[in-house]
Design a protein around this ligand. Structure first.
Ligand code: SF4
Length: 347
């Protein structure tokens, strides 16, 4: 009994010490990140408590909600193995070309009604046509006037002039996920490269927009691939990191992948928070099926999540999300706090 108590208090102080160091500005090392991913389940609450101290210092009890609008669905010539909208997917999804202004404005209203701070306009495809960029720019100006929402666009690979047009129209942020490591990327997609993704992030950044880029965990990668992607993001000045947990969709090449262990998902979120203490970490797709009954605990590491549905899969209802945040004693905030806040002690 004495041995067990000693082990428990040792793990508690180990993670507390790591959290303290991160809060004083020490950068998490890749070895420490690996240690978190491989930590025994018995230490999970200690690890989460230490991670929560870091989350609380930068984001208090605030939760930001994001609302996704699939502005163009399916019809994509790319072969991303996880995606139901790919040319290699037989998933029975809706397929349509870019949504008109009315539909995108209705989405903006739903975002506002769902207490979302950010409206994410997402279009399938390798990259947008110039006509699609013009259309998104025109609608974004109207959304900004009418609803004042923070806008994130996820339109695929961008050319520099397209990125500049989007920035000039008021798009605040571009989402383009790294998804996995450079090494593993070719296992999940052969029609574009990891470097193509980095290049799009670069042109978006140069155009003056914020960057949102994250991961998909559970695609058959090794732990090292997750760690490589987490640390690659460090050099990219990202403001927001969505962490997707693969929801294997029938008809896609990754359909047979098993659901993840929810405790492992929580450790991944702890790595992200410790490695990127002041960056917004968002629990993204696959939350419900992979974290399952432990969804709420994810918000002790992450400070943001999507509300309502994902691109081609259903999420839990907005009411259930509101109740979960309330039960945690956290607060949904629509505007204001931008993250990357170095004023520790918000809570
Ligand atoms: S480029 Fe986008 S829409 Fe196309 S298959 Fe890949 S993830 Fe899906």
């Amino acid at each position: 009994m004495l041995t067990i108590d000693t082990e428990i208090s040792g793990s508690s102080s180990r993670w507390q010490e790591l959290g303290r160091r991160v809060l004083t500005g020490d950068a998490l090392t890749i070895e420490e990140a690996r240690e978190i991913l491989q930590s025994p389940d018995e230490q999970l609450l200690d690890l989460l408590a230490a991670t929560y101290a870091v989350r609380r210092a930068h984001f208090g009890h605030i939760v930001h909600l994001y609302y996704l609008k699939n502005a163009k669905s399916g019809l994509c010539p790319e072969d991303c193995g996880y995606c139901s909208q790919s040319v290699v997917s037989d998933a029975p999804i809706e397929r349509y070309s870019i949504a008109n202004e009315r539909v995108l404005m209705e989405g903006a209203k739903s975002a506002r009604d769902s207490q979302a701070r950010t409206y994410c306009i997402v279009a399938s495809g390798r990259g947008p046509s110039n006509r699609e960029v013009e259309h998104v720019c025109n609608v974004v100006k109207k959304i900004k006037q009418e609803y004042g929402l923070h806008i994130c666009a996820c339109l695929g690979l961008l050319k520099p002039e397209q990125a500049q047009k989007l920035a000039d129209a008021g798009v605040d942020r571009i989402n383009h996920n790294l998804n996995t490591s450079r090494r593993y990327y070719q296992e999940i997609c052969t029609t574009h490269t990891y470097q193509d993704r980095l290049d799009t992030l670069k042109v978006a950044h140069e155009a003056g927009m914020e960057l949102c880029s994250g991961l998909i965990v559970g695609m058959g990668e090794e732990q090292q691939d997750i760690l490589d992607a987490v640390f690659e993001l460090r050099g990219l000045d990202v403001k927001s990191i969505p962490v997707n947990f693969l929801q294997a969709i029938d008809g896609t090449p990754l359909a047979q992948k098993d659901e993840l262990d929810p405790r492992y998902c929580l450790k991944v979120l702890c790595v992200l928070r410790m490695a990127h203490p002041s960056v917004e970490i968002r629990i993204a797709g696959g939350r419900e099926v992979n974290l399952r009954s432990m969804q709420a605990m994810g918000l002790y590491a992450a400070n943001s999540m999507f509300v309502s549905d994902y691109l081609t899969t259903k999420g839990q209802s907005a009411e259930e999300d509101f109740a979960m945040v309330k039960d945690l004693g956290f607060e949904i905030v629509i505007g204001g706090h931008e993250g990357a806040d170095d004023s520790a002690g918000l809570a």
